[in-house]
Design a protein. Structure first.
Lengths: 294, 237
């Protein structure tokens, strides 16, 4: 059997694939977090909770309602976006203009509340969401076998990332959004209803997180805490990539997923901290992140 | 007397705690070019910002074409016909020249005041050449032209121009003067803040002299020669 630095190639490939899957989630989440921070100037701690909520909404659609995975993929982001919009209109809009720490505190409180509600309804024991029938099975590449569902996750997540990138970088709406991130008051003086734009962007960001949650649902035990660990990592990704760069978020997310995967193979003890070591190194050299602007 | 399209009555304005506008009264008629002159820090830029709803705190009454807009949110003002060119020009660095130009939405499609893109490119040929450059890579003169050009295609008919000649080469200042004349002949109403009195002197119909956050005198173009002494004294030149 082929070995790479003393590790069987199959094992390494398997971990790299897992790394890419995790990296796709990091990319989707850091993208939303970064766009929300850019326009709202809010460090959204509740972003991981929206990911968790996405997974549980998918579960709820399946279990009492009988709506399958594909329905969940279409409906859950919309539902979550609506919840996000209500939160933005009722809570977040009151703290714009205050110090960042208030945004962090308020969204931390929202995390606690939403998690509490989920715990009441679904318990903490860990629920299973089945892999949809059409995506079960393995893909044989000759040198390794890939679970179809994991490949689908990477394709779907990156597709949505690229769609978001294209909207922001290539359309009039995206130009307005970039301008609003730089100087919202001037954009408003030009006649753009910036408060509505802000609401929609928050909804879109929450929708992305919930979409990631649905994609992740068949891959893990669903507990109300799944948002916690991922949000901390995603904060690291955003800091490393640099705020405000869309492509930067996507590439950094993927790269860090891979780095984690490699660490799991060669030095498993470091796999949960390697991202933060990278973060410290990047901050020492480039305080604005790899792709960030001043 | 033609219609008053912009009216300020006893407008007060604040930056944080400091009270900077102390009861500004001002009127601009349709098709008129009005220049606000005064020393640095007299409050001229703040008057434009107050009109655009960009101050944290403001009191008093502002009317656009007879409609009270004192409590309107800033994005409504563009729809009333105001086009704003800020002092720092406000060119967006993450947008290309063309994206900057197309950024302000057309707010008054039927106003008859829309300057079409080909006309804009004729007025400012550089903007067509630099269409795909990032906005802040343009020269100072090009950025200024872009800042003016982008409010001409929205249908705005009242232009608020803040220090458009500042820091620019004489040949570009001459181009801008030609542009102002052309805009006036097309019927635009223009309220401009100018430090460069020699630039504003031949262009404006009336001059409002601003001192300590209020209007202290109004000079008509026809009285300019006779009142030059007073103006010099106010400007401290």
């Amino acid at each position: 059997m082929t070995e790479i630095f003393g590790v069987p190639a199959q094992v390494l490939y398997g971990q790299l694939l897992l790394g890419l899957v995790n990296g796709s989630f990091y990319a989707l989440l850091s993208l939303g977090l970064s766009v929300i921070f850019g326009l709202l100037n809010i460090v959204n701690f509740a972003h991981g909770t929206m990911y968790m909520l996405g997974a549980f909404l998918a579960y709820a659609l399946l279990n009492p309602l009988g709506l399958n995975y594909w329905w969940a993929l279409a409906l859950v982001p919309v539902l979550a976006a609506c919840i996000g919009i209500v939160i933005e209109r009722t809570v977040l809009k009151r703290i714009y203009g205050l110090d960042n720490i208030y945004g962090l505190l308020v969204t931390f409180a929202l995390t606690m509340i939403i998690e509490g509600v989920v715990r009441v309804y679904f318990g903490v024991s860990g629920l299973r969401y089945p892999v949809p029938q059409a995506l079960t099975g393995m893909l044989d590449l000759g040198f390794m076998r890939l679970p179809v569902y994991r490949v689908w996750v990477i394709v779907a997540a990156l597709g949505l990332c690229l769609l978001t990138w294209a909207i922001i970088e290539r359309t009039r709406l995206g130009a307005t959004l970039r301008a609003g991130t730089e100087n919202p008051r001037l954009v408003q003086a030009f006649g753009v209803n910036v408060p509505v734009l802000v609401t929609l962007v928050f909804g879109w960001g929450v929708g992305l997180a919930a979409f990631a949650g649905v994609l992740a649902a068949p891959l893990m035990q669903l507990t109300p805490q799944i948002g916690h660990s991922i949000i901390i990592t995603v904060f690291g990704v955003v800091v490393i990539g640099g705020m405000g760069s869309i492509l930067g978020s996507i590439l950094t997310g993927l790269a860090l997923g891979l780095i984690e995967g490699v660490a799991k193979v060669y030095y498993p003890e470091a796999s949960s901290t390697v991202i933060f070591v990278v973060m410290i190194l990047v901050l020492l050299v480039r305080p604005h992140g790899l792709f960030g602007k001043q | 007397m033609s219609e008053t399209v912009l009216l300020l009555k006893n407008v007060h304005g604040w930056y944080g705690q400091s009270h900077v506008l102390h009861g500004v009264d001002l009127d601009v008629s349709r098709g008129e070019v009005v220049s606000l002159i005064g020393r640095n820090g007299a409050g001229r830029t703040t008057i434009l910002r107050a009109i655009m709803g960009l101050l944290e705190r403001r009191e008093g009454r502002i009317e656009v074409k007879g409609r009270d807009v004192s409590s309107a949110p800033p994005h409504r003002l563009a729809r009333a016909g105001l086009g704003y060119c800020p002092e720092e020009r406000g060119i967006f660095s993450t947008l290309s020249c063309e994206e900057n130009l197309l950024l302000p939405p057309v707010t008054r499609a039927g106003s008859g005041m829309i300057v079409s893109l080909p006309e804009i490119h004729q007025m400012f040929p550089n903007l067509a050449e630099r269409a795909h450059s990032p906005g802040t890579r343009l020269s100072g003169g090009e950025q200024q032209m872009l800042a003016i050009a982008r409010i001409l295609r929205t249908g705005a008919d009242i232009l608020l121009l803040d220090e458009i000649s500042e820091g620019l080469a004489p040949v570009i200042v001459q181009t801008l003067a030609r542009v102002i004349r052309e805009l006036k002949s097309r019927g635009f109403t223009i309220l401009m803040v100018e430090q460069n009195f020699r630039f504003a002197a031949p262009l404006a119909d009336r001059f409002f002299i601003i001192e300590h956050g209020r209007v202290v005198d109004v000079v008509h173009q026809s009285d300019l020669g006779r009142r030059m002494g007073a103006i010099r004294r106010f400007l401290g030149v």
